[in-house]
Design a protein around this ligand. Structure first.
Ligand SMILES: NC(=O)c1ccc[n+]([C@@H]2O[C@H](COP(=O)([O-])OP(=O)(O)OC[C@H]3O[C@@H](n4cnc5c(N)ncnc54)[C@H](O)[C@@H]3O)[C@@H](O)[C@H]2O)c1
Length: 320
């Protein structure tokens, strides 16, 4: 098969590209290199089955030409993470919403199945843990810009569902929870690369707030297996499916665990959210997925533990 991967030079996209090529498929990547890097796919560039198009998913001609040539579309291109959204508010909403609109409309024109990557952020401040795909979402006011990421991604989901309902376009929406692994950069606020980098360097580790907020981290190889499985599961069309780990850890404990595994002397300090994101920043206390649906549809469960993931990343940073 020939797959289009938008955002294929990014962290998750590059692992997906690697997996699809390893399965014998052909891939085309569209990426504007805003947060992705050529270096992420450089090791694949000599493969004649990989085609790289540098440009934006908001470029109608580029998306049209690519979608026409492929069999299926993985749409990952997006402004990612709350930090980026806070720093570049207009551009990021535009990329998320216009990009999905462009990809879905062109996919519909040529009747190509689409998998769209959304985020656990859409659950917002809901406390109904574990989060179930059909559960209510609880988002803050539009004056607090951090909620723009969640709302823009939720709008993409609505659009995908609308294409399924009104045009019968095969679409599956995956809500990814914190995903980690090699090639993820700490530059845009992602917690594990930031902590590991500092622990390996022996620098102080900064935990936002009091660190009692918890998250579940899933290895990117497990996530990619889920994305490929769902793309080929007809029962998943028209559905929203969580992909994430259920191994929950408080951020303060994560910091200490990384220090311990890296055999580091880094001190761990708590810093107020306001000093990083400005006044009025809101965070979610817990974010745990229900993965019953992914398990039922494709028999998916994460296989790589947090400890194994952290050890792999510590080694990778040491060797870099
Ligand atoms: N990493 C996570 O923990 C996580 C969690 C939830 C959801 N997601 C979702 O997964 C997807 C991939 O995220 P990632 O972690 O690999 O992030 P990433 O930033 O590494 O990848 C995103 C890629 O999209 C590209 N891109 C951005 N705007 C573009 C545009 N207008 N045109 C073309 N390319 C563009 C970037 O250059 C980058 O290569 C995103 O949709 C994100 O919302 C990721």
């Amino acid at each position: 098969m020939h797959y289009l991967i938008t955002g294929g030079c990014g962290f998750i996209g590059s692992h997906l590209a690697e997996a699809l090529l390893a399965e014998g498929h052909e891939i085309t990547i569209i990426d504007d290199l805003s947060t992705g890097r050529i270096a992420n796919v450089q090791h694949l560039e000599r493969d004649p089955r990989m085609h790289l198009l540098i440009g934006s998913v908001t470029d109608a001609e580029l998306v049209h030409e690519a979608v026409k040539r492929v069999d299926r579309v993985f749409h990952l291109a997006s402004a990612v993470g709350v930090k980026l959204i806070m720093e570049r508010p207009v551009e990021t909403i535009d990329t998320i919403v216009s990009g999905a609109q462009m990809v879905l409309s062109q996919a519909n024109r040529y009747r190509k199945p689409v998998l769209l990557t959304s985020t656990s952020e859409v659950y917002g401040k809901s406390t109904s843990v574990p989060f179930d795909e059909d559960g209510d979402r609880l988002e803050g006011p539009t004056t607090k810009h951090r909620w723009a990421y969640a709302c823009a991604k939720a709008l993409d989901e609505f659009m995908a569902m609308a294409y399924w309902k009104s045009a019968n376009l095969p679409v599956v929406v995956t809500r990814l929870f914190n995903t980690v692994g090699p090639r993820q950069t700490g530059q845009y606020g992602m917690v594990i690369p930031r902590f590991v980098q500092r622990a390996v360097a022996g620098d102080p580790i900064e935990v936002f707030g009091d660190g009692s907020q918890s998250r579940c981290f899933c290895h990117v190889r497990d996530v990619v297996r889920g994305l490929i499985g769902l793309m080929h599961c007809e029962q998943a069309y028209g559905q929203v499916v969580n992909l994430g780990s259920t191994e929950e850890i408080r951020i303060i404990d994560l910091a200490h665990r990384i220090v311990e595994l890296a055999d580091s002397q880094s001190p761990v300090r708590c810093v107020p959210y306001a000093s990083v994101f400005g006044d009025g920043f809101e965070d979610m206390q817990r974010r745990v997925p229900s993965i019953a649906k992914a398990e039922r549809l494709i028999g998916w469960r994460p296989e790589i533990s947090l400890k194994e993931t952290l050890q792999e990343l510590i080694t990778a940073y040491r060797d870099a």
